[in-house]
Design a protein around this ligand. Structure first.
Ligand SMILES: *[C@@H]1O[C@H](CO)[C@@H](O)[C@H](O)[C@H]1NC(C)=O
Length: 640
């Protein structure tokens, strides 16, 4: 094609576009070229190939009223001039709505701003001359929050044009958001398939901000249920579900914070996960939100399945992703049948569940609910108004408390006594047994009882065997319980002292007991990361301090044993008066067991320190479990 002819053709492209824009100007809801960005060339379709053009922005996040730079060009390495173009910013959730305006665009022979829905919301070419990559300033509106993208139709020539050339997602955020450092505006060689990571931090609220829309009406027109407890009135839930009934319309709203991948609600006939009809709002990589229904399976693959649930029973009405908050609003049919079960919202009562997670398991299944999980304590009618109460955490908290007392407290003490105090209080007895042994047995029986009861409590709470997602707590916990359970059985059948098999028993008893103790403490560490436990993450430091203290005490005590063993073998045992000799024949024949070993006073002193400190650690952790979730309390104190 001759250059001149090409120019003439492009000119008519321009004319066609401009005429269309003029027609639409000031005539209400716009349509046509400026909304669908299609030049009206009869019978010439857009290219279906991947556009050889890209749009890049200077930031992935822009505050309301601030500007960013948007560049239209071809990827470096393949410079391709632009003939004609039309460029606008569009809402991600509502792509037909144009947002913001272009500022400082000079009215030149190359480009100019024009009006589609609002003044200067569109930039287009003035003439069909070949243009290099171009950069424009775009100003975010002050009355919109959420995701946008830039969208253009770019023509290389009259007959060759590409529609829907799109930029990566840009988030319009509130003015007090601290945004990430701006990225370079230059066109990159490759177009990112995922939006750039969003780093954001909100300044602490100085004055009470208005509640998010999901909370509005929770007191008087909607049923609201959120996690953690008491978050609905404050409007700071990690995840929240609201149900609004008007006539026979059941409208659901879901919101979760913390950049969730999905937020979902479940209708259940019990307060456990499984056999529930779930509704999921999922944030796609392009920033749009999709709504699905799914069916959940209790502890069996596939756990959650969309294909086993009809999708047409719900209709998405609104959605947004603003400042890391995923929100959606949808309707659900009053009566629907899922997996042969009838869900009648008007005439049945359901336990409500709300969950949120940060990733998908695969394209069609939501991942583990690592951000939030809560179920109502009792089934309720969806037409109820007010705030629903969460299910009781009593069994869960008792499980945690018992295990903490057992593995931080009694097991640590019992093991310490057995390892370092066999030659202390020599001669004194309790219930016909040596003191160390009597107390060792008391502490270990307590450990065993607390563990077995704690285990039964968690079995009741989760309704049988269960895993804890990616967290190994359940597995290490079960192994610990088994080791703990068999330990006293072995001890009961222990061979007599002096028999050949006794050293084997001693060794096995020591190994099993210590392994169980270590594994038990590891299991407690894992528990801190269990979302269900709602423990603040800094609990880990308390546990680490416990471990450090425990190890130091063991090292010091081991040192005293080594030193005193050295003394005994040097024959200096004679230096100790045999004051504790009671003349019992059994003991009289065993000279080295007849008196306290060296450093016994020092060891007793250490025990006097170790016991209360270990108990304080255990009780502190029990308090955290009992009061969980207390993160907000802590944040308030630290933030003040
Ligand atoms: C639109 O752009 C023109 C030209 O740059 C400018 O003169 C005008 O003030 C702008 N209007 C608005 C509402 O920004």
């Amino acid at each position: 094609m001759l250059p001149r002819k090409r120019s003439a053709m492009l000119l008519s492209f321009v004319v066609a576009m401009v005429i269309h824009q003029t027609e639409q100007y000031g005539s209400g809801a716009p349509s046509g070229a400026c909304i669908d960005q299609t030049p009206r060339h009869e019978s010439i379709p857009a290219q279906s190939s991947t556009p050889p053009y890209i749009i890049l922005t200077s930031t992935a996040q822009v505050r309301q009223g601030d500007t960013l730079q948007v560049t239209v060009g071809s990827p470096a390495g393949a410079p391709l001039p632009i003939g004609g173009f039309i460029l606008q910013a569009r809402q991600i959730q509502n792509p037909d709505v144009i947002v913001g305006k272009f500022v400082g665009v000079p009215d030149t022979t190359m480009t100019h701003v024009t009006t589609c829905s609002n003044p200067n919301d569109t930039v287009t070419h003035s003439s069909p001359e070949d243009k290099p990559a171009m950069t424009f300033q775009w100003q975010a509106p002050t009355d919109f929050l959420g995701g946008i993208e830039f969208r253009a139709t770019v023509a290389q020539s009259y007959a060759t044009f590409w529609k829907n050339v799109e930029s990566p997602l840009v988030e319009v955020v509130t003015p007090d958001t601290v945004t990430s450092a701006p990225a370079a505006a230059a066109p990159a060689t490759t177009r990112a398939t995922q939006p750039p990571p969003v780093i954001m931090e909100s300044k602490p609220k100085q004055e009470a901000a208005p509640l998010d829309v999901v909370y509005q009406g929770c007191a008087d027109t909607k049923l609201c249920f959120g996690v953690p407890q008491n978050c609905v009135t404050k409007g700071d839930c990690k995840a929240v579900l609201a149900v609004f009934v008007s006539g026979d319309r059941y409208t659901f709203e879901l919101q979760a914070v913390g950049n969730p991948k999905y937020v979902a609600a479940g209708l259940s006939t019990d307060n456990k996960m499984g056999d529930d009809s779930a509704m999921e709002c999922v944030r796609n990589d392009n920033g749009r939100v999709s709504l699905f229904t799914s069916w959940t399976y209790s502890k069996v693959d596939p756990y959650v399945s969309r294909s086993d649930s009809p999708q047409e029973i719900v209709q998405l009405q609104e959605s947004s992703v603003i400042d890391g908050k995923l929100y959606c609003k949808f309707r659900r049919d009053v009566v629907s049948v899922v997996q042969g079960k009838t869900f009648d919202l008007a005439n049945s009562m359901y336990n409500l569940m709300v969950v949120a997670g940060s990733e998908m398991k695969d394209a069609n299944r939501v991942g583990f609910h690592d951000l939030a999980y809560e179920a109502t304590g009792t089934p309720m009618s969806l037409a109820t108004v007010g705030t629903a109460a969460a299910s009781s955490k009593l069994l869960l908290k008792l499980h945690g408390s018992f295990m903490l007392l057992a593995w931080l407290g009694t097991a640590s003490l019992g093991i310490l006594l057995a390892r370092y105090f066999r030659q202390t209080w020599v001669g004194k007895q309790l219930g016909g047994k040596d003191i160390w042994f009597a107390y060792h047995r008391i502490f270990m029986v307590l450990t065993w009882l607390l563990t077995v009861v704690g285990f039964i409590l968690i079995l009741i709470e989760v309704g049988g065997w269960s895993t804890t997602g990616d967290n190994p707590h359940a597995i290490t916990g079960i192994v610990t319980v088994i080791m703990c359970f068999i330990q006293p059985i072995g001890a009961y059948f222990r061979p007599h002292p002096g028999t050949k098999t006794r050293p084997i028993f001693n060794w096995a008893h020591w190994l099993l007991g210590n392994s169980a103790h270590i594994l038990g403490i590891v299991t407690i560490f894992f528990a801190v990361y269990l979302q269900k436990a709602e423990l603040p993450s800094w609990s880990v430091y308390i546990l680490a301090a416990f471990v450090a203290f425990h190890v130091i005490m063991h090292l010091v005590l081991t040192l005293t044993v080594c030193v005193s063993d050295g003394r005994i073998s040097n024959g200096r045992i004679n230096a100790f008066p045999m004051k504790d000799m009671l003349g019992q024949t059994r003991q009289a024949t065993q000279v080295d067991r007849s008196t306290d070993a060296p450093f016994s006073r020092f060891r007793r002193l250490l025990l006097g320190v170790y016991t209360p400190v270990v108990l304080i650690f255990a009780i502190a952790m029990v308090c955290l479990v009992a009061l969980a979730p207390i993160t907000e309390v802590y944040d308030t104190i630290m933030g003040a």
